[in-house]
Design a protein around this ligand. Structure first.
Ligand code: NDP
Ligand code: HEM
Length: 482
């Protein structure tokens, strides 16, 4: 006998053969009674769950966050208390491509973290950019459709992308990021992560603050040029998955500083920019970043499907000490993610080990496909049978006053709100000469695709001219519209 385990059916019954189906004689037809063969074929037919409608291609790893500074004056959330260590799972992704698409495509990168806290799971489902393309969830599916494939020929279409962007000027800041070399990061380890939205923090005394998260890479920022990224898309489309996995496997554990910007609750109303507008950052001169800790990724998943493909992140996983803000995009996302998980993975997705909290779940939800962690009696609340009871005191401080007419409207304008002022600051004050030259080249390359019409190209030039005359001129020249 060898030491190898005996292969079995999924019911644990020893398998009759790993090679041969049950046949009538060596050359004869197969028998339906070969339940082992039938089980293998039937199970294979059900191996896939639907891929994520966005962020389908990605990879992930486990790690731990350590908090080194005292921010208890801002939040009572247990994971942010000084000295605390919290385990986490982080999934990186591209946005537009399908499961088999190239890791080095020009795209934002998802940066989704699940913290397994003492008060259940806290998810920060961010990107490698501090901003986004739109500011109202009404436009999200339209925006994504423009990044995906045409209805008729099933092709990506750069005309569609520029058509949407140039008709949505609020996209200018995010498209600026995308068209710099940060749109093609060298590895997931060499990029920052951002919570992007503004969130609410409240402390034990019920005092409130607005917060933004910045996760700064300790590996340093490194990007590919457009040509390098395109070459790798052809030769190693899984470059980013491979890089993360092999780095962790050889003990080279990537890490990020955990930084926050904190705004007093009352300052939001009159801040020079709308602090809840997802197309804007808070300039550091107004709200500097404060380092409060760091996290490290130190363990690869053992099974990609179980732990990465079936991971489900949701901005609605907020724990005591942290709340939502009036950012309309965040509000839309609070609904969208648990809804898509129930469709994609199933109603009981939170029972899967990667999604399950590390604390006991005492709820009144019951049953559904694949439910195994089902509570006993009582099955309802309120009850007089010693069932679990809510503790509203944990959420004291989350409440705040809002009032207004019911409208469909743009955000009320703050003093300096404008779609171009912040991308202009990026162009004028942050980008180097080389960054600018690459940005112009990347835009021209993208908008030169044969399907982009002359009418769209003219709008592309206008779009960039609105940010800066030099940028517009560079793009016009590159597109032959000077
Ligand atoms: P600062 O000079 O204080 O900050 C500039 C920021 O830009 C830094 O966070 C820097 O961080 C980042 N940066 C540097 N090079 C690039 C690049 N090629 N692409 C994108 N970001 C880059 O200025 P402000 O805070 O006043 O912001 C000015 C502009 O900088 C903003 O309008 C925005 O476009 C951009 N920015 C601002 C951020 C913020 O939260 N305030 C965050 C990121 C960008 P690092 O080099 O470590 O990435
Ligand atoms: C994934 C919707 C905006 C970051 C997804 C998914 C949906 C979705 C349906 C697929 C989830 C899954 O199947 O597991 C939306 C909607 C948005 C929005 C409706 C706006 C209204 C944003 C923004 C960010 C973001 C602004 C970042 C700041 C991500 C990330 C993932 C994701 C990182 C992948 C999570 C993972 O790794 O599993 N989004 N999204 N999304 N989204 Fe969004």
């Amino acid at each position: 006998m060898s030491n190898r385990p005996t292969s079995t059916t999924d019911a644990g019954i020893p398998a009759p053969s790993d090679e041969f189906s049950l046949s009538v004689g060596p050359n004869g037809p197969l028998l339906l009674q070969d339940h082992y063969l039938i089980q293998k074929m039937a199970h294979f037919n059900r191996e896939r769950v639907p891929e994520r409608v966005v962020h389908a291609k990605g990879g992930g790893a486990y790690g731990v966050m350590r908090i080194t500074e005292d921010v208890s004056q801002y939040t009572k959330a247990d994971l942010f208390q000084k000295g605390k260590e919290t385990e986490l799972f982080l999934r990186f992704s591209t946005v537009a491509g399908e499961l088999g698409s190239a890791d080095t495509a020009r795209d934002p990168r998802g940066f989704a973290i699940k913290f397994y806290t003492e008060h259940g799971n806290y998810d920060i489902v961010g990107n490698n950019t501090p901003i986004f393309f739109i500011r109202d969830p009404q436009k999200f599916s339209d925006f994504i459709h423009s990044q995906k494939r045409r209805a008729d020929n099933h092709l990506h279409d750069n005309n569609m992308q520029w058509d949407f962007w140039t008709l949505s000027p609020e996209s200018a800041h995010q498209v600026s990021f995308l068209m710099t070399d940060r749109g093609t990061p060298k590895t997931w380890r060499n990029m920052h992560g951002f919570g992007s939205h503004t969130f609410l923090w409240y402390n034990a005394a019920g005092e409130k603050f607005w917060v933004k998260y910045h996760f700064k890479t300790e590996q340093g920022i490194e990007n590919f040029t457009d040509a390098e990224a395109k070459a790798l898309a052809a030769t190693d489309p899984d470059h980013h998955i491979r890089d993360l996995h092999t780095a962790i496997a050889r003990g080279d554990h990537p890490s990020w500083q955990v930084n926050v910007q904190i705004m007093p609750f009352e300052a939001a109303a009159d801040y020079r920019f709308n602090p809840f507008d997802l197309t804007k950052v808070w300039p550091h001169s107004d709200y500097p970043e404060i380092t409060i800790g760091r996290f490290t990724l130190n363990r690869n998943p053992v099974n990609y499907f179980a732990e990465v493909e079936q991971s489900g992140f949701e901005p609605s996983n907020l724990v005591p000490g942290i709340g939502a803000s009036p950012d309309k995009m965040l509000q839309g996302r609070l609904f969208s993610y648990p809804d898509t998980h129930r469709y994609r993975i199933g109603a009981n997705y939170q029972q899967l080990p990667v999604n399950a909290p590390k604390v006991p779940v005492h709820g009144y939800n019951r049953d559904g496909a694949m439910r195994f962690a089902n509570g006993g009696d009582p099955v309802y609340a309120p009850n007089s049978l010693n069932g679990p009871v809510a503790d509203p005191s944990l959420y004291a401080g989350e409440d705040y006053h809002l009032t207004g007419d019911i409208v469909r409207s743009a955000y009320r304008r703050h003093a300096e709100d404008d779609d171009y002022v912040q991308p202009r600051a990026l162009w004028e004050n942050v980008l180097s000469e080389t960054d600018r030259a690459h940005m112009v080249g990347n835009i021209v390359g993208h908008a030169s695709a044969p399907e982009v019409t002359t009418d769209t190209k003219k709008r592309v030039v206008e779009y960039w001219t609105n940010i800066h005359k030099d940028l517009g001129e560079g793009v016009a020249k590159g597109l032959g519209l000077a």
